[in-house]
Design a protein around this ligand. Sequence first.
Ligand SMILES: O=C(O)CCC(=O)C(=O)O
Length: 329
Amino acid sequence: MNAVQEAPSSVTAEAPRIISVPKIHSRDLPYEVFLRDYVATNRPVVIQDAAPGWAALETWTPEYFKNTFGSQVVEVTYGVKQKLAEVMDGVLASTAEKPGPYLHKVIIHQHMPALLPALSPENIYAFPQRYCSPLMPRRFRRPDGYLKLLIGGVGGKFPLMHFDSDNAHAIITEIYGDKEFVLFAPGDTDYVYPHENSPGTSQIDDLDHVDLNRFPEFPKATQYRVVIGPGESVFVPSRWWHSARVVTTSVSVCTNIMYSTNWAGFIDISCENPVGGFKPSLLAKRLYLLTAGVIMGLIESVQKNLPGSFPARALGYLSPISPDARRKP
Ligand SMILES: O=C(O)CCC(=O)C(=O)O
């Protein structure tokens, strides 16, 4: 299902440039090659059959969520809480004309840990890398990659076109139904009109009806489009703008990745003073993160170059490059 979409009809003063995101089966994309060719080069890709063996692929239907967790109150979107049964009714009744709710605030470890066994064995491509490191400051540490549940009905969508905070990469794995992604490269940032006071979110909220009077440069942006289905994971590189729209009732999970190559950008973002000027605490933080990055890099390199060696086994947990290395020996 390699889907390249038609150009949206309302953006046709100039035909938009549309490129389809490549799809590669996991058997043809070893993890190390994924890291080298896509993560390190900051290019999007879809991995097919990325999480073979997940029970979720068999069991996570809308009815399952309604029947098993229906009485649980969840945060659906910013500040909106509802029983999951009501959310699922809205999702199932959703249409393109009258979209229902889009659930995007459930952190699985925190809010619905009973779901975790169905996501095992781990999707290697979604391994969070430096987010697992005990050297990562506590505020940013996310050993689960911030594993999130996303559920929506036909026409539902993630509320904002955005790029992820922390300069993080994201990977979204579709479990049930189909979802369309439209991505824009960081170089096209000016053409997607970031909010002035929130530079990681775009003012454009409907890619199929872009107001060219307000956003005249939008047609200059290249759209990377793809529809993913069950078992497929889309890799969204750091600083790539993305929007997600449900094609058929959809359940998916999302995680973030912090790799050596997006570390420098993470330091810049997290040590920025929003009001400008010098702040000693931010300088100290920058120095800590720079030093931690060097140490992590050395530990990662030992694991890559001397796999199985004593230092790799003893130190790997400080910056694991694969799920096996995560535990302290
Ligand atoms: O809804 C989606 O699939 C996109 C999720 C996403 O971009 C996010 O959680 O930051």
